[in-house]
Design a protein around this ligand. Structure first.
Ligand SMILES: Cc1cc2nc3c(=O)[nH]c(=O)nc-3n(C[C@H](O)[C@H](O)[C@H](O)COP(=O)(O)OP(=O)(O)OC[C@H]3O[C@@H](n4cnc5c(N)ncnc54)[C@H](O)[C@@H]3O)c2cc1C
Length: 227
């Protein structure tokens, strides 16, 4: 339960964090809330030679609304998503573990980690959200559909830092996040994020479904809405 030796830096700006990551090369990793990476390091399933802690990078904090989306800074804690009145995102974030984990874990961290058992990826998929990633080369937006590649593997590059998570407001949609677990604060055995928009005549106009822990990656269910 003791991690391998590593170096540690806590830069005060995004530019410095990107520079530190580049200098650290392939063996460097960014640290956000630490609630997935540190357990992996203690189990020696991860052994980065350098941790670039983002805690002092204020550019990664804050929540705003822009062009019909909620924009979460990557360091937004699960607690702030759960209690902020953000519809389906709040419903899912409120089910993450216990208060201690929600006080530390971040929305950017959970999406970059790409664990199919995590709760927020299904929401990102159901809402057609995206993440914004920055590297020394520039910035790009990655759609949810292009983010989750394999088990614990995303399309975020080793030299990229997620700066923002963008979730469309989903106005006019009803929603729910249903999580099945043995005890209230456990990880999901499985879970479903669903958002439904009704037409004026009472028919269903649109259905979005994201699935948690049903495959090696988080999934968007596409057959059910079209049937
Ligand atoms: C006891 C326990 C129970 C939990 N239960 C649940 C649960 O029920 N549901 C759930 O969804 N999660 C659960 N979690 C996980 C928790 O939500 C983590 O906080 C989350 O998975 C990772 O977020 P983090 O900020 O802690 O990331 P970290 O652990 O700091 O990082 C995770 C990975 O993402 C990378 N990363 C982090 N931030 C960025 C960034 N901005 N840009 C690029 N890469 C980045 C890191 O390099 C690392 O590879 C649990 C954790 C614990 C310890």
């Amino acid at each position: 339960m003791i991690p391998a030796e590593f170096d540690y830096v806590a830069p005060g700006s995004l530019a410095d964090a990107l520079a530190a990551l580049q200098e650290g090369g392939d063996e460097a990793k960014v640290l956000a809330g630490g609630h997935s990476l540190l357990p992996l390091m203690k189990l020696r399933l991860a052994a980065p030679s350098l941790l670039v802690d983002l805690r002092r990078v204020d550019e990664l904090r804050g929540i705003s609304r822009e062009n019909g989306s909620i924009v979460f800074g990557a360091l937004t804690r699960h607690h702030d998503v759960a209690t902020g009145g953000f519809g389906i995102a709040s419903a899912a974030a409120a089910t993450i573990a216990d208060q201690q984990v929600r006080n530390m874990g971040t929305i950017g961290g959970t999406l970059a980690h790409g664990d199919p058992a995590s709760d927020m990826p299904a929401v990102l998929l159901a809402c057609d959200g995206s993440v914004v990633a920055r590297s020394a080369e520039g910035e790009r937006e990655i759609a949810a559909a292009d983010l989750f590649e394999d088990y614990l593997t995303t399309s975020i590059g080793e030299q990229e830092i997620v700066t923002e998570v963008r979730l469309p407001l989903m106005e006019g949609y009803g929603y729910g996040y249903q999580k099945f677990n043995r005890r209230q604060e456990d990880w999901a055995m499985v879970a479903v994020a669903a958002a439904v928009k009704k037409g004026a005549d009472g028919t269903v106009e649109d259905v979005r479904i994201g699935l948690t822990h049903m495959a090696s990656t988080p999934l968007r269910a596409t057959a059910a809405p079209s049937s």
